[in-house]
Design a protein around this ligand. Structure first.
Ligand code: SF4
Length: 45
């Protein structure tokens, strides 16, 4: 997904911090579920 000037995904709603395309999000977003094992490995190696 493209990023805004602050680096956030363009699909991220800045007010709610929720994905506005959650049902059609890319496979990468599905693979890296927030707080999931893969996500934690990237954030806390
Ligand atoms: S889940 Fe993916 S598409 Fe949705 S806001 Fe996050 S990075 Fe963007």
């Amino acid at each position: 997904m493209d990023q805004r000037g602050d680096g956030a995904c363009v699909a991220l709603d800045p007010l709610t911090s929720l994905c506005t395309r959650y049902d059609s999000r890319p496979q990468t977003c599905r693979d890296f579920a927030r707080g999931g094992t893969l996500c934690r490995q990237i954030l806390f190696p």
